[in-house]
Design a protein around this ligand. Structure first.
Ligand code: B12
Length: 234
């Protein structure tokens, strides 16, 4: 196909459309991403499959090329913006599952860190699974986390960090919770690309979750355990 010939997204079969979406995400084409998301929805794709198989998969490629110095911050910002366009369409659909209220989560990215795509995904998936989610946004200080715990009384605190320089701040938050005698009142889940299970253990979190699906499963099992304990204690 020549360059000036426009691709009609709706004419592409599913597999080609998904590949095209990865290209469009890479090029930061928000409108095309939004259109493709709508096309896949109209073809019966589940919001979850669109999110994971097209958007998250596409963002992974962007991530690799950013790491390797092929893409730079402005391009990645455009890609992130295109991804957000797609997520904005999917969010209400993911939430619309009518799942019973499972519990409440306060989630935020730690101080010094402005990455929020993964955190937003976790929040969306948690809402989709029936959790009430209060999103504190990015760049959260220990004071902001503690104030939200105090006012919202959630079951779960979720912290996100994407930088090796900001991930230690999670320990600052947990240590302050310990010092204030409130650590055990909450289930603390942590996540973000540079983290791993050992790090989660070392800083005293209840669990590290590698992705949003694991976050939902982990949250469900911890909340169930907490409710059982409460029932056993009368
Ligand atoms: C997009 C992006 C950006 C965008 C962010 C846009 C936005 N609104 O978020 C922009 C361009 C702004 C950006 C800026 C920077 N970035 Co950046 N960025 C990325 C990139 C390419 C993708 C991150 C992403 O969105 N991934 C997709 C999501 C879906 O995945 P995720 O975040 O990992 O989240 C999943 C899991 O980790 C988990 N999870 C995440 N959070 C949580 C929380 C909880 C509670 C749970 C349970 C689970 C969980 O579930 C999520 C969903 O499945 C990564 C590369 C990478 N491979 O991660 C670099 C990366 C994180 N960035 C990096 C860097 C260096 C920077 C900058 C310092 C660059 C600069 N020189 O200015 C700045 C930092 C600014 C700051 N102070 O924060 C480095 C970090 C390296 C390091 N060792 O610390 C990376 C790894 C790229 C690289 N290899 O060099 N970045």
């Amino acid at each position: 196909m020549s360059d000036d010939e426009e691709i009609i997204l709706a004419d592409l079969p599913d597999d080609e459309l998904v590949l095209q979406m990865m290209d469009d995400l890479y090029d930061g084409l928000k409108e095309e991403i939004e259109e493709s998301v709508q096309i896949l929805l109209s073809r019966g794709w589940t919001p979850y499959d669109i999110l994971t198989k097209a958007l998250v998969a596409g963002m992974t490629i962007v991530g690799h090329d950013f790491r390797d110095g092929i893409l730079f911050v402005p391009e990645v910002l455009l890609a992130a913006n295109a991804m957000k366009g797609g997520m904005f369409i999917l969010k209400p659909l993911l939430i619309e599952t009518g799942a019973p209220r499972m519990g409440k989560m306060v989630i935020g990215t730690v101080k010094g860190d402005i990455h929020d795509i993964g955190k937003n995904l976790v929040g969306m998936m948690m809402e989709g699974a029936g959790f009430e989610v209060l999103d504190l946004g990015i760049n959260n200080s220990v004071e902001k986390y503690l104030a939200a715990l105090e006012s919202e009384k959630p079951d779960i605190l979720g912290m996100s960090a994407l930088l090796t320089t900001t991930m230690p701040y999670m320990k600052v938050v947990i240590d302050t919770m310990i010092a204030n005698g409130i650590r055990d009142d909450y289930i603390v889940l942590v996540g973000g690309a540079p983290l791993n299970e050992e790090f989660g253990k070392a800083i005293g979190a209840d669990a590290y979750c590698r992705d949003a699906a694991v976050a939902v499963e982990t949250a469900k099992s911890f909340v169930a355990r907490k409710h059982n304990q409460m029932a056993a204690n009368g």
